[in-house]
Design a protein around this ligand. Structure first.
Ligand code: FES
Ligand code: FES
Length: 852
């Protein structure tokens, strides 16, 4: 028997398990999160006898006589201060890391009420945050120190939510206190657990799968194989992904499922899986696109190894380059990269009604899941009801299904609630990655540094399945020439199947890779011309009315030049600065259906904001609240944002392509305009009880290859320029970023997106890697290279806007989520080039302060 205290309550137990499992499963304390269960992330941080400890490490037997404190055990005053300070600072995005951060803050502030920023950084260095870049978390803790030290009152809540004004996130409190529900926080009566058996080899013939022994295990409820799957393939855009590989089939990567096991207790899943006998014939995997493109390469999919080919031509690049004074050709290489969202994937599916299914999920679109699951089961879409819970980060990595379809399939057969949850290692090994790319870029200019033309070949490793590889390649190509004014381009892109991990959507969506190549080439051209890298960009920067390399005329709201002007001084302030520019589309564009929808309903005197836009941390609920309150003048306390739900909220498409602020923002504004019209004629909310107001916005664009002289590829673009400053040791001291994101909707959110994106971009450039050897990932979460607070430099943000007309949608707001990290890696490589004269062409950059 072990006896200890948790949040002031005496606990007696005979169980021997780790503290994290006990706190979550037995005491249902949901502020303590399971981000890795291996001591790497800090989402499980608690205090034991006043010292911060990761709860996934100690066993209950080590706690005899000790006292454990979680966020639930803080005093009311402490809770109120942390809620205020973290909200006010904008320190909360997805929120998954935040309760752990609060505990680390408490451990510092319990002993020191006037800490320095450096001390705060040290206090939270065991806590990873993938969203915020730490800066706002540090500010929140410093602010909390002030309130505790000086016993200050907590300011009242805001009564307005207006554009470009400070306003606290509407979902901050539940995330800070850990009361908001992520899927893994939910326990449904009679719930069982499921897990897939994965392939031992990246490429192997599955001769036989024998589940007979596994079925005899006392805790086994059911085992499903491919024969049990009505429609065998799923896929977000291309249905090429096997739900379960059949006997006689050939695996394509180590994440392929061979069987799906359900047990009554999650602790027995691995035992049952280990009893399944699989007879494999191991085959040599195809582990690089060059090999996959050989004429004699084995086919990974029947239709061939080229998943997608993109050809973009405009003008005459060959001739323009031939006639140019200066020409640069270089090869570049960028690696796979993991999203490393803090919340590993988890879903619960259960029967609903006579013949339907209810799915609790945390993803980037409930409607995409409804579509794919109903297809898999061969049932009408209306029979699949998908509800989103809080989403602990996504960054593109939660666009494809990972656990949802397996939960749905098992629930369909067992008629029981089924939870499927990835361990952190499963998450690393099986979900999609940023595409590794090999690129060759040729860029040319005249004697004055005016860009004349470019040619590029981009080869993307899309791994075993298509995922979002098609559009990722397309965006890499459409943005490959950069935000500059020239029209001779010739770009070939190939996205190639291999037996590696799957390449999919990831913040930046291919542009992160092509921007690295094009910006580095431009630095070499500047050197040849004898002008500064800032100057060559300024001479060529796209201006309103000029034509982008993809043929689209830049809108009056384009402020690329203003971004460059805003960072000129800082670029010239040190010999160790590096510069880069970028642009990024908002909206899916290229002639595809791109619709935002919102329904406002007045229920019990409150305006319910109903839209399926997924918030993975970026702040959808707050953005929509601003749209409603700006349009109607309502107090935000009179609004309530509902989470995505295929029954309650209209389909507003996937949270991807930096589209939700423009598309769903404008749809929400339009719905609010209708509500406002009623309020303006003197009606009160009470008079409108039960009424609904619908807003829809469809962005009309032209398809790729449109014969139009000036096709509209995307409804809008955001622009930015970044300067990375190194200190004398070659460590990044500061990043200064000037961005044109149109009208900032919520100032804390815009800054938070930019700071977090830049730290993520620095990780991609300097510290992170995702090596895959012969088809096997070789990383652990603790060694993946994520930046921690003490490594994260200061970020200075300059928001600029054009003096021209604003985008006529969503009050002139444009996307910010992806743009922020795109220029970071070329700005870093440029800074190091100036620092030591070595021109680096691959990521992560080598021979730096960060990597040998
Ligand atoms: S869950 Fe304990 S450190 Fe990650
Ligand atoms: S807010 Fe820190 S991980 Fe999302």
């Amino acid at each position: 028997m072990f006896t200890f205290i948790v949040n002031g309550n005496r606990i007696e137990t005979q169980q021997e398990k780790n503290l994290l499992a006990f706190l979550r499963d037995d005491l249902r304390l949901t502020s303590v999160k399971d981000g890795c269960n291996e001591g790497a992330c800090g989402t499980c941080t608690v205090l034991i006898d006043g010292k911060k400890v990761k709860a996934c490490i100690p066993k209950l037997s080590s706690l005899e006589g000790k006292s454990v404190v979680t966020v639930e055990g803080l005093s009311e005053r402490e809770k109120a201060i942390y809620v205020h300070c973290f909200s006010e600072a904008g320190a909360v995005q997805c929120g998954y890391c935040i309760p752990g951060m609060v505990i680390s803050a408490k451990s510092l502030l319990d002993t020191k009420l006037n800490p320095t920023r450096e001390e705060v950084k040290q206090a939270i260095k065991g806590n990873l945050c993938r969203c915020t870049g730490y800066i706002k978390i540090e500010e929140a803790i410093l602010k909390a120190a002030d309130l505790f030290r000086d016993n200050l009152p907590i300011p009242p809540r805001e009564t307005e939510a207006l554009l470009n004004k400070r306003f606290k996130r509407v979902d901050a409190e539940e995330k800070i206190l850990g009361t908001g529900e992520f899927v893994d926080d939910i326990v449904v009566p009679n719930m069982i657990y499921a897990k897939a058996l994965r392939s031992k080899y990246p490429r192997a013939i599955i001769n036989k799968i024998d589940v007979s022994k596994a079925l005899t295990h006392h805790d086994c409820v059911r085992i499903l194989t491919e024969k049990d799957v009505p429609n065998k393939k799923i896929g977000h855009l291309v249905m090429d992904w096997d739900v379960i590989i059949p006997e006689g089939g050939t695996t394509r990567y180590i994440g392929d499922a061979l069987a799906l096991v359900a047990t009554n207790h999650k602790e027995t899943l691995d035992e049952v899986l280990s009893l399944i006998e699989v007879d494999y014939t191991e085959l040599t995997p195809v582990t690089c696109p060059t090999d996959a493109l050989r004429a004699d390469a084995p086919l990974i999919h029947e239709q061939g190894n080229i998943m997608r080919k993109e050809v973009l031509k405009r003008g005459n690049a060959d001739q323009a380059i031939k006639n140019s004074k200066y020409i640069v050709t270089r090869k570049y290489k960028t690696p796979f990269n993991d999203h490393a969202f803090m919340e590993p994937e988890c879903a619960i599916a259960m029967p609903e009604g006579d013949d339907g299914l209810l799915l609790y999920t945390g993803s980037q679109s409930v409607y995409d899941e409804r579509h794919e699951i109903s297809h898999m089961l061969g049932i009408p879409e209306e029979k699949v009801h998908c509800q989103s819970k809080l989403v602990g980060g996504g960054f593109g990595g939660k666009e494809d299904m990972s656990v949802q379809h397996h939960a749905a399939l098992m629930a369909w057969y067992t008629k029981k609630p089924v939870k499927v949850k990835f361990s952190r290692q499963e998450s690393l090994n099986y979900h999609t990655k940023r595409h590794a790319m090999d690129m060759e870029f040729t860029t040319a200019c005249d004697e004055n540094g005016i860009l004349t033309g470019m040619k590029a070949v981009l080869i993307a490793d899309t791994g075993a399945y298509a995922s979002l590889g098609g559009p990722v390649l397309q965006r890499a190509c459409t943005h490959a020439a950069g935000p500059y004014n020239y029209q001779n381009i010739d770009i070939l892109g190939l996205s190639v199947y291999t037996n590696n991990v799957i390449g999919g959507a990831y913040r930046g969506f291919g542009v992160t890779q092509s921007c690295f190549a094009t910006e580095n080439n431009i630095n070499l051209l500047a050197e040849m011309v004898g002008i500064s890298p800032w100057e060559i960009r300024y001479r060529n920067a796209i201006r309103p009315g000029q034509v982008l390399p993809n043929g689209q005329v830049a809108d009056p709201n384009c402020a690329m030049v203003e971004c460059l002007e805003a960072i000129k001084d800082v670029y010239e302030s040190s010999p160790y600065t590096g510069i880069a520019c970028a642009f990024k589309n908002s909206g899916t564009g290229v002639g595809l259906k791109d619709i935002g929808r919102c329904l406002l309903s007045v229920e019990n005197g409150i305006v319910h904001i109903r839209t399926s836009a997924a918030c993975m941390g970026q702040g959808i609920a707050t953005m929509c609240t601003h749209m409603v309150c700006q349009e109607t003048g309502l107090d935000p306390a009179l609004t309530y944002h509902e989470r995505p739900d295929t029954v309650r909220t209209p389909n507003t498409g996937t949270s991807t392509a930096s589209r939700q602020t423009v598309l769903t923002g404008e749809a929400t504004r339009r719905a609010a305009e209708k509500l406002s019209a009623e309020l303006k004629i003197g009606k009160k909310l009470a008079d409108l009880e039960g009424q609904e107001f619908y807003g829809e916005f469809s962005a009309i664009t032209d398809p790729m290859g449109s014969p139009k002289e000036s096709p509209v590829s995307h409804v809008s673009y955001s622009y930015g320029a970044q300067v990375v400053i190194l200190d004398k040791q070659g460590k990044v001291e500061k990043v200064v970023a000037a961005y044109d994101v149109g009208t900032p909707v919520n100032i804390q959110s815009v800054e938070g997106q930019i700071e977090g994106g830049i730290i993520m971009g620095l990780g991609f450039a300097l510290t992170e890697d995702f090596p895959v050897k012969n088809g096997y990932p070789t990383v652990k979460f603790g060694t993946i290279g994520l930046m921690r607070a003490p490594d994260a430099p200061m970020v200075e943000i300059k928001l600029v806007q054009s003096k021209g007309e604003k985008l006529p949608y969503a009050f002139g707001a444009k996307g910010v989520g992806e743009l922020c990290l795109i220029p970071t890696s070329p700005a870093c490589s440029h800074a190091y080039y100036r620092f030591d004269g070595k021109f680096r062409t691959s990521l992560p950059l080598k021979e730096t302060y960060y990597k040998k």
